[in-house]
Write a protein that binds this ligand. Structure first.
Ligand code: BGP
Length: 463
Protein backbone atom coordinates (compact mmCIF):
# COMPACT_ATOMS: atom_id res chain seq x y z
CA UNK A 1 0.00 0.00 0.00
CA UNK A 2 1.41 3.41 -0.83
CA UNK A 3 1.65 5.83 2.06
CA UNK A 4 -0.95 8.53 2.62
CA UNK A 5 1.82 10.71 3.98
CA UNK A 6 3.68 12.91 1.49
CA UNK A 7 7.30 12.11 0.66
CA UNK A 8 8.91 14.92 2.62
CA UNK A 9 6.57 14.77 5.60
CA UNK A 10 8.29 16.26 8.65
CA UNK A 11 8.11 13.49 11.27
CA UNK A 12 9.51 14.33 14.67
CA UNK A 13 8.92 15.50 18.20
CA UNK A 14 8.41 18.72 20.14
CA UNK A 15 9.84 20.07 23.39
CA UNK A 16 10.09 23.53 24.96
CA UNK A 17 13.16 25.23 26.42
CA UNK A 18 11.74 25.76 29.91
CA UNK A 19 10.52 22.16 30.21
CA UNK A 20 13.78 20.44 29.20
CA UNK A 21 16.84 22.66 29.38
CA UNK A 22 17.37 23.33 33.09
CA UNK A 23 20.53 25.45 33.56
CA UNK A 24 18.07 28.16 34.44
CA UNK A 25 20.64 30.77 35.35
CA UNK A 26 23.66 29.48 33.39
CA UNK A 27 25.80 31.48 30.99
CA UNK A 28 24.12 34.77 31.73
CA UNK A 29 20.48 33.68 31.36
CA UNK A 30 18.03 35.92 33.19
CA UNK A 31 15.01 34.72 35.14
CA UNK A 32 12.12 33.87 32.89
CA UNK A 33 8.43 34.07 33.81
CA UNK A 34 8.35 30.27 33.48
CA UNK A 35 10.95 30.05 36.28
CA UNK A 36 8.35 31.64 38.55
CA UNK A 37 5.67 29.00 38.10
CA UNK A 38 6.75 26.17 40.35
CA UNK A 39 3.16 24.88 40.50
CA UNK A 40 2.70 24.79 36.71
CA UNK A 41 0.90 27.16 34.38
CA UNK A 42 -2.28 27.31 36.45
CA UNK A 43 -0.51 27.52 39.78
CA UNK A 44 -0.06 30.55 41.97
CA UNK A 45 2.72 32.88 40.99
CA UNK A 46 5.43 32.32 43.59
CA UNK A 47 8.16 34.94 43.70
CA UNK A 48 11.56 33.35 43.91
CA UNK A 49 15.18 34.27 44.14
CA UNK A 50 18.16 32.60 42.54
CA UNK A 51 19.04 29.48 44.49
CA UNK A 52 15.47 28.42 45.28
CA UNK A 53 15.01 24.93 43.98
CA UNK A 54 12.32 24.05 41.48
CA UNK A 55 11.87 21.06 39.20
CA UNK A 56 12.60 23.17 36.12
CA UNK A 57 15.95 24.43 37.42
CA UNK A 58 17.51 21.22 36.16
CA UNK A 59 14.49 19.84 34.24
CA UNK A 60 16.04 16.98 32.22
CA UNK A 61 19.35 18.84 31.83
CA UNK A 62 18.94 19.07 28.05
CA UNK A 63 21.24 22.10 28.18
CA UNK A 64 24.16 19.76 28.81
CA UNK A 65 22.84 16.44 27.51
CA UNK A 66 21.49 17.54 24.12
CA UNK A 67 24.13 15.66 22.06
CA UNK A 68 22.95 12.34 23.50
CA UNK A 69 19.28 13.28 23.15
CA UNK A 70 19.61 14.47 19.57
CA UNK A 71 21.40 11.18 18.76
CA UNK A 72 18.44 9.26 20.20
CA UNK A 73 16.00 11.33 18.14
CA UNK A 74 18.12 10.60 15.07
CA UNK A 75 17.98 6.89 15.90
CA UNK A 76 14.19 7.10 15.64
CA UNK A 77 14.67 8.79 12.27
CA UNK A 78 13.42 12.27 13.19
CA UNK A 79 13.27 14.65 10.24
CA UNK A 80 12.33 17.56 12.50
CA UNK A 81 12.69 18.64 16.12
CA UNK A 82 10.58 21.41 17.55
CA UNK A 83 12.02 23.31 20.47
CA UNK A 84 11.97 26.91 21.63
CA UNK A 85 14.57 29.53 22.33
CA UNK A 86 14.53 30.78 25.92
CA UNK A 87 14.16 34.51 25.29
CA UNK A 88 15.90 35.25 28.62
CA UNK A 89 19.05 33.46 27.44
CA UNK A 90 19.32 35.98 24.60
CA UNK A 91 18.06 39.10 26.39
CA UNK A 92 18.34 38.26 30.12
CA UNK A 93 16.19 41.20 31.31
CA UNK A 94 14.41 41.66 28.00
CA UNK A 95 15.18 45.34 27.43
CA UNK A 96 18.95 45.27 26.77
CA UNK A 97 20.35 46.70 23.54
CA UNK A 98 22.95 43.98 23.12
CA UNK A 99 22.21 40.23 23.20
CA UNK A 100 23.97 37.74 25.47
CA UNK A 101 26.56 35.97 23.32
CA UNK A 102 26.78 32.88 25.54
CA UNK A 103 23.04 32.30 25.15
CA UNK A 104 23.21 32.68 21.37
CA UNK A 105 26.16 30.28 21.24
CA UNK A 106 24.18 27.53 23.01
CA UNK A 107 21.57 27.39 20.24
CA UNK A 108 24.33 27.43 17.60
CA UNK A 109 25.70 24.28 19.19
CA UNK A 110 22.25 22.70 19.38
CA UNK A 111 21.32 23.47 15.75
CA UNK A 112 24.73 22.27 14.54
CA UNK A 113 24.20 19.01 16.38
CA UNK A 114 20.81 18.56 14.71
CA UNK A 115 22.29 19.37 11.30
CA UNK A 116 24.72 16.46 11.68
CA UNK A 117 21.74 14.12 11.39
CA UNK A 118 19.74 16.15 8.89
CA UNK A 119 17.13 17.07 11.53
CA UNK A 120 15.29 20.31 10.65
CA UNK A 121 14.73 22.64 13.59
CA UNK A 122 11.24 24.08 14.07
CA UNK A 123 11.75 26.93 16.52
CA UNK A 124 9.18 28.63 18.73
CA UNK A 125 10.18 32.18 19.65
CA UNK A 126 8.22 32.16 22.89
CA UNK A 127 6.92 29.01 24.52
CA UNK A 128 5.00 30.12 27.61
CA UNK A 129 7.68 32.53 28.77
CA UNK A 130 9.34 35.91 28.56
CA UNK A 131 12.19 37.51 30.52
CA UNK A 132 10.84 38.16 34.02
CA UNK A 133 12.38 41.64 33.82
CA UNK A 134 9.75 42.58 31.23
CA UNK A 135 6.91 41.37 33.44
CA UNK A 136 8.31 43.26 36.43
CA UNK A 137 9.27 46.53 34.78
CA UNK A 138 6.68 46.90 32.05
CA UNK A 139 3.81 44.60 33.09
CA UNK A 140 4.66 42.14 30.31
CA UNK A 141 2.46 42.43 27.23
CA UNK A 142 0.36 45.10 28.95
CA UNK A 143 2.93 47.52 27.55
CA UNK A 144 3.28 48.46 23.90
CA UNK A 145 7.01 48.68 24.55
CA UNK A 146 7.14 44.88 24.79
CA UNK A 147 6.32 44.72 21.06
CA UNK A 148 9.62 46.49 20.35
CA UNK A 149 11.61 44.27 22.72
CA UNK A 150 10.14 41.17 21.12
CA UNK A 151 10.85 42.43 17.63
CA UNK A 152 14.47 43.10 18.57
CA UNK A 153 14.75 39.59 19.99
CA UNK A 154 13.12 38.03 16.90
CA UNK A 155 15.35 39.97 14.50
CA UNK A 156 18.43 38.99 16.52
CA UNK A 157 17.71 35.26 16.34
CA UNK A 158 16.60 35.37 12.69
CA UNK A 159 19.90 37.06 11.77
CA UNK A 160 21.95 34.69 13.85
CA UNK A 161 20.35 31.42 12.73
CA UNK A 162 19.08 32.33 9.26
CA UNK A 163 21.22 29.65 7.60
CA UNK A 164 20.41 27.01 10.23
CA UNK A 165 16.68 27.38 10.88
CA UNK A 166 14.08 27.56 8.14
CA UNK A 167 10.87 26.86 10.12
CA UNK A 168 9.70 29.20 12.88
CA UNK A 169 6.67 29.71 15.14
CA UNK A 170 5.79 32.90 16.99
CA UNK A 171 3.91 32.26 20.29
CA UNK A 172 3.11 28.83 21.69
CA UNK A 173 -0.63 28.26 22.14
CA UNK A 174 -1.29 31.98 21.91
CA UNK A 175 -4.95 31.46 22.89
CA UNK A 176 -3.84 30.07 26.27
CA UNK A 177 -3.43 33.71 27.42
CA UNK A 178 -7.18 33.71 28.01
CA UNK A 179 -6.91 30.86 30.53
CA UNK A 180 -3.49 31.53 32.08
CA UNK A 181 -2.68 35.22 31.56
CA UNK A 182 0.65 35.17 33.40
CA UNK A 183 1.92 32.27 31.29
CA UNK A 184 0.89 33.93 28.06
CA UNK A 185 1.05 37.67 28.44
CA UNK A 186 2.79 38.20 31.79
CA UNK A 187 -0.28 39.70 33.50
CA UNK A 188 -1.64 38.91 36.96
CA UNK A 189 -4.41 36.27 36.95
CA UNK A 190 -6.99 38.78 38.20
CA UNK A 191 -6.53 41.19 35.26
CA UNK A 192 -9.68 42.56 33.64
CA UNK A 193 -10.86 41.31 30.25
CA UNK A 194 -9.91 44.65 28.68
CA UNK A 195 -6.39 44.38 30.07
CA UNK A 196 -6.03 40.81 28.86
CA UNK A 197 -7.32 41.57 25.35
CA UNK A 198 -5.12 44.67 25.12
CA UNK A 199 -2.09 42.55 26.00
CA UNK A 200 -3.19 39.88 23.53
CA UNK A 201 -3.51 42.59 20.90
CA UNK A 202 0.07 43.68 21.54
CA UNK A 203 1.16 40.08 21.21
CA UNK A 204 -0.72 39.69 17.91
CA UNK A 205 0.96 42.81 16.54
CA UNK A 206 4.34 41.49 17.74
CA UNK A 207 3.61 38.14 16.07
CA UNK A 208 2.89 39.89 12.75
CA UNK A 209 6.08 41.94 13.07
CA UNK A 210 8.07 38.75 13.62
CA UNK A 211 6.45 37.27 10.52
CA UNK A 212 7.56 40.30 8.52
CA UNK A 213 11.09 40.17 9.95
CA UNK A 214 11.37 36.46 9.16
CA UNK A 215 10.33 37.09 5.57
CA UNK A 216 12.92 39.86 5.28
CA UNK A 217 15.81 38.07 6.96
CA UNK A 218 15.57 34.28 6.59
CA UNK A 219 16.11 33.08 3.01
CA UNK A 220 13.28 30.67 2.17
CA UNK A 221 12.07 30.95 5.76
CA UNK A 222 8.55 29.91 6.73
CA UNK A 223 6.84 31.08 9.86
CA UNK A 224 3.60 29.91 11.45
CA UNK A 225 1.36 30.69 14.38
CA UNK A 226 0.58 28.15 17.09
CA UNK A 227 -2.88 27.50 18.51
CA UNK A 228 -4.14 25.23 21.24
CA UNK A 229 -6.57 23.27 19.07
CA UNK A 230 -9.27 22.63 21.65
CA UNK A 231 -12.11 21.86 19.26
CA UNK A 232 -15.57 21.91 20.82
CA UNK A 233 -18.72 19.96 19.92
CA UNK A 234 -22.29 20.76 20.95
CA UNK A 235 -23.37 18.37 23.72
CA UNK A 236 -26.80 18.10 22.12
CA UNK A 237 -28.30 19.09 18.77
CA UNK A 238 -30.33 21.87 20.41
CA UNK A 239 -29.82 24.93 18.18
CA UNK A 240 -28.84 26.96 21.26
CA UNK A 241 -26.06 24.49 22.00
CA UNK A 242 -24.82 24.65 18.43
CA UNK A 243 -24.73 28.45 18.44
CA UNK A 244 -22.95 28.54 21.78
CA UNK A 245 -20.43 26.02 20.45
CA UNK A 246 -19.71 28.25 17.47
CA UNK A 247 -19.23 31.19 19.82
CA UNK A 248 -16.85 29.30 22.09
CA UNK A 249 -14.82 27.92 19.18
CA UNK A 250 -14.42 31.50 18.01
CA UNK A 251 -12.85 32.35 21.37
CA UNK A 252 -9.75 30.51 20.18
CA UNK A 253 -10.15 30.63 16.40
CA UNK A 254 -10.09 34.42 16.75
CA UNK A 255 -6.30 34.23 17.19
CA UNK A 256 -5.91 32.19 14.02
CA UNK A 257 -8.26 34.51 12.14
CA UNK A 258 -6.09 37.54 12.96
CA UNK A 259 -2.80 35.76 12.28
CA UNK A 260 -3.85 34.01 9.08
CA UNK A 261 -6.24 36.58 7.58
CA UNK A 262 -4.53 39.76 8.70
CA UNK A 263 -7.39 41.56 10.48
CA UNK A 264 -9.80 41.29 13.38
CA UNK A 265 -12.82 39.19 12.37
CA UNK A 266 -16.18 40.98 12.31
CA UNK A 267 -17.65 38.85 15.14
CA UNK A 268 -15.18 40.38 17.63
CA UNK A 269 -16.89 43.79 17.44
CA UNK A 270 -20.01 42.38 19.01
CA UNK A 271 -18.02 40.26 21.48
CA UNK A 272 -16.07 43.31 22.69
CA UNK A 273 -19.21 45.43 22.90
CA UNK A 274 -21.29 42.87 24.81
CA UNK A 275 -18.47 42.19 27.25
CA UNK A 276 -17.60 45.84 27.70
CA UNK A 277 -14.04 45.27 26.49
CA UNK A 278 -12.04 48.28 25.30
CA UNK A 279 -8.95 47.66 23.16
CA UNK A 280 -6.78 50.34 21.60
CA UNK A 281 -6.07 49.32 18.01
CA UNK A 282 -4.18 51.97 16.05
CA UNK A 283 -4.02 52.41 12.30
CA UNK A 284 -0.36 51.38 12.41
CA UNK A 285 -1.36 48.19 14.29
CA UNK A 286 -3.89 47.36 11.59
CA UNK A 287 -1.22 47.82 8.92
CA UNK A 288 1.20 45.59 10.83
CA UNK A 289 -1.39 42.82 11.25
CA UNK A 290 -1.67 42.46 7.48
CA UNK A 291 1.54 40.40 7.39
CA UNK A 292 0.09 36.89 7.72
CA UNK A 293 1.64 33.56 8.66
CA UNK A 294 2.80 31.03 6.05
CA UNK A 295 1.28 28.04 7.81
CA UNK A 296 -0.92 27.20 10.78
CA UNK A 297 0.41 25.04 13.56
CA UNK A 298 -1.48 23.69 16.53
CA UNK A 299 -1.46 21.31 19.46
CA UNK A 300 -4.11 18.65 19.82
CA UNK A 301 -4.70 16.49 22.87
CA UNK A 302 -8.47 16.33 23.29
CA UNK A 303 -11.84 17.68 22.28
CA UNK A 304 -14.63 18.90 24.53
CA UNK A 305 -18.32 19.71 24.53
CA UNK A 306 -20.46 22.79 25.06
CA UNK A 307 -23.89 23.02 26.62
CA UNK A 308 -26.24 25.85 27.49
CA UNK A 309 -27.67 23.79 30.34
CA UNK A 310 -26.75 25.75 33.46
CA UNK A 311 -26.79 22.76 35.82
CA UNK A 312 -24.15 20.96 33.72
CA UNK A 313 -22.03 24.08 33.43
CA UNK A 314 -21.56 24.52 37.13
CA UNK A 315 -19.42 21.46 37.73
CA UNK A 316 -15.63 21.58 38.02
CA UNK A 317 -13.91 19.24 35.60
CA UNK A 318 -10.56 17.54 35.53
CA UNK A 319 -9.52 18.42 31.97
CA UNK A 320 -7.29 21.44 31.61
CA UNK A 321 -9.81 23.84 30.01
CA UNK A 322 -12.77 22.77 32.12
CA UNK A 323 -14.59 21.49 29.03
CA UNK A 324 -17.82 19.47 29.32
CA UNK A 325 -16.86 15.80 28.84
CA UNK A 326 -18.14 13.93 25.83
CA UNK A 327 -20.14 10.87 26.99
CA UNK A 328 -18.85 8.86 23.99
CA UNK A 329 -15.15 9.21 24.82
CA UNK A 330 -12.70 7.81 27.34
CA UNK A 331 -10.29 10.04 29.25
CA UNK A 332 -6.61 9.98 30.18
CA UNK A 333 -5.60 9.76 33.84
CA UNK A 334 -5.72 13.56 33.87
CA UNK A 335 -9.26 13.75 32.52
CA UNK A 336 -8.20 14.74 28.99
CA UNK A 337 -10.70 13.20 26.59
CA UNK A 338 -9.18 10.99 23.94
CA UNK A 339 -10.60 11.66 20.49
CA UNK A 340 -8.53 10.64 17.44
CA UNK A 341 -11.39 11.40 15.01
CA UNK A 342 -11.46 14.92 16.45
CA UNK A 343 -7.98 15.44 14.98
CA UNK A 344 -9.20 14.60 11.49
CA UNK A 345 -12.16 16.90 12.01
CA UNK A 346 -9.98 19.74 13.33
CA UNK A 347 -7.55 19.44 10.41
CA UNK A 348 -10.48 19.77 8.03
CA UNK A 349 -11.98 22.72 9.95
CA UNK A 350 -8.67 24.63 9.90
CA UNK A 351 -7.95 23.86 6.27
CA UNK A 352 -11.45 24.88 5.16
CA UNK A 353 -11.08 28.11 7.10
CA UNK A 354 -7.55 29.17 6.18
CA UNK A 355 -6.47 27.24 3.08
CA UNK A 356 -2.90 27.26 4.37
CA UNK A 357 -0.62 24.29 5.12
CA UNK A 358 -1.09 22.83 8.60
CA UNK A 359 1.51 21.49 11.00
CA UNK A 360 0.56 19.34 14.01
CA UNK A 361 3.25 20.45 16.44
CA UNK A 362 1.98 18.74 19.61
CA UNK A 363 -0.03 15.60 20.27
CA UNK A 364 0.47 12.86 22.79
CA UNK A 365 -0.60 11.01 25.90
CA UNK A 366 0.61 12.01 29.34
CA UNK A 367 0.77 8.85 31.45
CA UNK A 368 2.50 7.33 34.44
CA UNK A 369 5.01 4.76 33.19
CA UNK A 370 6.18 1.67 35.02
CA UNK A 371 9.81 0.69 34.91
CA UNK A 372 9.92 -3.15 34.89
CA UNK A 373 12.53 -5.10 36.82
CA UNK A 374 14.46 -5.74 33.60
CA UNK A 375 14.53 -2.02 32.87
CA UNK A 376 11.92 -2.07 30.08
CA UNK A 377 8.91 0.24 29.81
CA UNK A 378 5.97 -1.28 27.97
CA UNK A 379 3.90 1.75 27.06
CA UNK A 380 1.28 0.17 24.82
CA UNK A 381 -1.28 2.78 25.95
CA UNK A 382 0.93 5.49 24.42
CA UNK A 383 1.47 3.52 21.22
CA UNK A 384 -2.29 3.02 20.87
CA UNK A 385 -3.03 6.69 21.45
CA UNK A 386 -0.48 7.91 18.92
CA UNK A 387 -1.28 5.20 16.38
CA UNK A 388 -5.00 6.04 16.45
CA UNK A 389 -4.30 9.75 16.02
CA UNK A 390 -1.83 9.25 13.18
CA UNK A 391 -4.31 7.03 11.32
CA UNK A 392 -6.70 10.01 11.42
CA UNK A 393 -3.96 12.35 10.16
CA UNK A 394 -3.62 9.99 7.18
CA UNK A 395 -7.38 10.19 6.65
CA UNK A 396 -7.27 13.99 6.70
CA UNK A 397 -4.47 13.99 4.15
CA UNK A 398 -6.68 11.75 2.02
CA UNK A 399 -9.48 14.30 2.52
CA UNK A 400 -7.18 16.77 0.75
CA UNK A 401 -5.77 18.61 3.75
CA UNK A 402 -2.21 19.84 3.29
CA UNK A 403 -0.23 18.64 6.34
CA UNK A 404 3.46 19.60 6.54
CA UNK A 405 4.43 17.44 9.45
CA UNK A 406 3.76 15.94 12.85
CA UNK A 407 5.86 16.48 15.96
CA UNK A 408 4.56 14.48 18.91
CA UNK A 409 4.74 16.22 22.27
CA UNK A 410 7.61 15.31 24.59
CA UNK A 411 9.47 12.61 22.61
CA UNK A 412 11.66 12.50 25.70
CA UNK A 413 10.08 12.74 29.18
CA UNK A 414 10.06 16.34 30.41
CA UNK A 415 8.54 18.58 33.07
CA UNK A 416 4.77 18.92 32.64
CA UNK A 417 3.57 22.46 31.91
CA UNK A 418 0.34 22.27 33.88
CA UNK A 419 1.65 20.30 36.87
CA UNK A 420 5.38 21.11 37.01
CA UNK A 421 6.02 17.42 37.70
CA UNK A 422 8.02 14.68 36.00
CA UNK A 423 5.55 11.83 36.48
CA UNK A 424 3.19 12.92 33.70
CA UNK A 425 5.27 11.41 30.93
CA UNK A 426 4.90 11.68 27.15
CA UNK A 427 8.22 10.28 25.96
CA UNK A 428 9.49 7.54 23.71
CA UNK A 429 12.57 8.00 25.88
CA UNK A 430 12.31 7.56 29.63
CA UNK A 431 14.22 9.93 31.92
CA UNK A 432 15.14 8.77 35.39
CA UNK A 433 13.88 11.67 37.51
CA UNK A 434 10.93 11.86 39.91
CA UNK A 435 8.68 14.70 41.05
CA UNK A 436 10.99 15.53 43.93
CA UNK A 437 13.94 15.85 41.55
CA UNK A 438 15.60 12.56 42.54
CA UNK A 439 17.10 10.30 39.89
CA UNK A 440 20.16 9.78 37.75
CA UNK A 441 18.71 11.54 34.66
CA UNK A 442 19.67 8.45 32.72
CA UNK A 443 17.83 7.96 29.38
CA UNK A 444 16.11 4.68 28.41
CA UNK A 445 14.28 3.63 25.25
CA UNK A 446 10.61 2.67 25.84
CA UNK A 447 8.66 0.22 23.70
CA UNK A 448 7.13 3.20 21.86
CA UNK A 449 10.63 4.24 20.77
CA UNK A 450 10.82 1.26 18.38
CA UNK A 451 7.21 1.70 17.32
CA UNK A 452 7.80 5.35 16.29
CA UNK A 453 11.05 4.44 14.52
CA UNK A 454 9.08 1.98 12.38
CA UNK A 455 6.35 4.54 11.66
CA UNK A 456 8.91 7.05 10.41
CA UNK A 457 10.93 4.46 8.51
CA UNK A 458 7.81 3.31 6.65
CA UNK A 459 6.51 6.88 6.21
CA UNK A 460 3.33 5.91 8.05
CA UNK A 461 2.72 2.57 6.32
CA UNK A 462 3.20 0.62 9.54
CA UNK A 463 0.26 2.39 11.25
C1 BGP B 1 0.69 22.20 25.85
C2 BGP B 1 1.96 22.97 26.00
C3 BGP B 1 3.15 22.16 26.32
C4 BGP B 1 2.88 20.89 27.06
C5 BGP B 1 1.62 20.18 26.71
C6 BGP B 1 1.22 19.06 27.64
O1 BGP B 1 -0.36 22.96 26.33
O2 BGP B 1 2.27 23.72 24.85
O3 BGP B 1 4.12 23.01 26.88
O4 BGP B 1 3.41 20.75 28.28
O5 BGP B 1 0.56 21.06 26.59
O6 BGP B 1 0.69 19.59 28.80
P1 BGP B 1 1.08 19.06 30.23
O7 BGP B 1 2.56 19.23 30.32
O8 BGP B 1 0.37 19.93 31.16
O9 BGP B 1 0.65 17.66 30.26
Amino acid sequence: MSSKFPEHFLWGGAVAANQVEGAYLSDGKGLSTSDLQPQGIFGALTPRVAGDSGIKDVAIDFYHRYPQDVALFAEMGFKCLRTSIAWARIFPQGDEEVPNEAGLAFYDRLFDEMAKYGIQPLITLSHYEMPYGLAQKYGGWASRKTIGFFERYARTVFERYKHKVKYWLTFNEINMSLHAPFTGVGLPEDSSKSEIYQAIHHQLVASAKAVKACHEIVPGGQIGNMLLGGILYPLTCKPEDLLETQRQNRDWLFFGDVQARGAYPAYMRRFFRENDIQVEITHADQQALRETVDFISFSYYMSGCVTTDKAQNNTERANILNMVPNPHLASSEWGWQIDPIGLRYLLNVLYDRYQKPLFIVENGLGAKDRLEADGSINDDYRINYLNDHLVQVGEAIDDGVEVMGYTSWGPIDLVSASKAEMSKRYGFIYVDRDDAGNGSLERRRKKSFYWYRDVIRSNGNSL
